[in-house]
Design a protein around this ligand. Structure first.
Ligand code: ZN
Length: 140
């Protein structure tokens, strides 16, 4: 696994949070993207070399809506960049981690920001939802 790619924060109202985080970082978000398959609308901020992703649910069945219902707003996941997501998933499964969307079963999943993504169940990672992401290249 490489560097932390971004940290995801679940919010109730993306518009309001965009204003809040813009004043926190002194700079507005640089991107808004909806991932319809996940039921989320996201915005991305830069803080130096780091990225923060805000996530708002677009429907009541969205994983973000369920997260906020249970735990309230706050840190939702930590994403790590990987070079080869399929190999990394296999390695982690062999180590006993629970991968939520196994590409062998459902194919590689596309997330926001031009990435293939997979998540590890927080049950297997001390309560932390971990995202793996691999930049999608033109050859894929
Ligand atoms: Zn993310």
């Amino acid at each position: 696994m490489n560097k932390i790619e971004h940290i995801g924060i679940a919010v109730k109202d993306l518009e309001k949070s965009n204003v809040l985080f813009a004043s926190l970082f002194g700079e507005a978000h640089y991107k808004i993207e909806e991932v319809a398959s996940e039921g989320v609308k996201t915005s991305f901020f830069k803080s130096g070399p780091n990225k923060i992703e805000l996530l708002e649910a677009t429907n009541p069945d969205s994983p973000i809506a369920k997260f906020i219902e249970k735990k309230g707003e706050g840190i939702h996941h930590i994403a790590f960049a990987v070079d080869n997501i399929k190999e990394e998933i296999k390695r982690l499964q062999n180590e006993g981690f629970i991968v939520l969307n196994d590409p062998e079963v459902s194919g590689l999943k596309k997330g926001a920001d031009n990435k293939y993504v997979a998540f590890l169940h927080p049950k297997s990672t001390n309560g932390v939802l971990i995202e793996l992401c691999q930049e999608i290249s033109e050859n894929d």
